[in-house]
Structure formats: structure tokens, C-alpha cells
Ligand binder design. Sequence first.
Ligand code: RRO
Length: 299
Amino acid sequence: MIEITGLKLRNPTILAAGIMGTTAASLVRVAKEGAGAVVTKSIGPQPKEGHKNPSMVNLGYGFLNAMGLPNPSYPDFSAELETAGAKADVPVIASIFGGNSDEFVQVAEGLADAGADAFELNVSCPHAQGYGASIGCDACAVEEITASVSDMTDIPVWVKLTPNVTDIVSIGEAAQRGGADAIVAINTVRGMAIDIHSGYPLLGNRFGGLSGSAVKPVAVKCVYDLYEALDIPVIGVGGISCWEDAVEMMMAGASAVQIGSAVYDGVDVFRSIADGIDSFLADRDLSFDDIIGLAHRRI
Ligand code: RRO
């Protein structure tokens, strides 16, 4: 059992936003498969169909996606979130996005009665015009959005950051000043792949966000730096597919980990990672607290 921002999780594995998070049924399934908590697909102020296909490609070393924030919008998602909360026996976190602080507040207010256990503010989609990276690179905007949502809600507010910035720590500090209860790092790394036979970019949107094992070292470094600079918990995400990856992310400073791309290889990944961490700790007579941030104490 771990506690993060006041939420009790039976283990430190969390379903990352955007993966199997559009229906209550899939969120409940992931909870049944052993996740300690689940995050929904990012929900916004208006329905969006998303970018044209292909919107996701498997590059072998990671996935490149430009889904384009497909979502039914908050009025249509509210009932789904309520069902997920009632049926999943783990905390359900609502990932939300908007173009500015008013839209973030609008979505948070619209979902307020649906019973989410926390909000995760997505200020970091790498390829959504006006919605993601442009906000997530702007410390003032991140602080204002975080403060606006924190002021209107009693549930914890997590803020998910983009790695596509020069200085992720300054953005994390802005979120902390705005009242964030935790930081989630990282969203996908902006990237592109081109088919050499046709010359066309592989994605319909031409570029997208890279996830999976290729980005793990980027995520570990971001988590390491954020842990050192901030006083609030950091939740690590990026390329975690086995318990060794999770332990590494915790040693960088993560209090919990989110798992995204690895779910495509089997939804049992949550249980196997949670069990692996438990065995690692038991074999060495260590607690979670002993390993969180351990790399910082190895000098
Ligand atoms: O929907 C997406 O294309 C998407 C989102 Br909202 C995000 O936050 N990160 C990402 O890689 N894709």
C-alpha cells in the first residue's frame, strides 16, 4: 500500500492517460488486472474526432502517436467516469485538457459531480494546436491553469509535463507554485518518422509523440531533476515495461509509476511490475521510501 496526494493505492502502478481510458469498462478491466490506480483519456471542452489515420505507428523501439485528443467532451464523459468510479476498486483520476485556464475550469466543473479521485491536468500533448505543448512550455500559463483548477476543487490536482522544453524544472516549479499536489513526468517526446519508399511521413498528422522504451532515459532524467527541485511527489512515466524499469524510475525520485505503451503487450503488466517491485524490496529488506530518490543519495 502506498499513499500519494492523500490517495491510497494498493501498489505504485498506475494506468497512464490515453491508454484504454475512454470507457468505464476498460478502466475497470485494468483495475481488475492489478493497477493501483487508473487515469482516463484526456477529456476536453468540446468533442474531438482526433487526427486522421494513421494516428499511431509501432517503430519497434517505441510508438509514435498523433491521436489528436479524440474524446467525447466532458458532458458525454461524465456518466462514464461515474461508472468507472463506482465499479473500479482503485482510485480513478480524470485527465483533462483545455486551451486556457477558463476551459480547464469548465471541464473540471463539468466533471465535478462524477466522483473522480483526482484531476490530472494535461498541459503537455506534443502535437495539439493550442492545447498542449504551447501551454506546457509556458511557465505562467501552467501556473495560472494549475491555480485556477486547484482553487475550485477539493480533490488532488496532478500536472502532467512535457519533456519538449528547455527546462522542465522551471515548468514543474510553476505548477508547484500554482498549488499542484503532484507532478507527472513525462508526456511523449515530439518526433517524426518517414517512409523512405514513398517519402511520406508515417503519421497522418506528419509528426507526433514518441513513447515506449526509447524515451525511458529521457523520463528518468526529467524525474531525477524534478525530484531534486520540488517539494511535491513526482509520478514517473515513460518507457516502463518491467519491474526493473519501475525500480529505476523510483530510484530517480518517482513515488509511483504510470504505464502506457507496455499495456499493448499485455494488461497483466501492472500485476507483474507490482509483484516484481515487492520481491525486490523483500529480498533486500527495503521499503518504498528506501528506494524513492535513492540515486540522489549515492554521491
Ligand atoms: O491524443 C493524443 O494525441 C495525445 C495526447 Br492528448 C497526449 O497527451 N500525448 C500524446 O502523445 N498524444
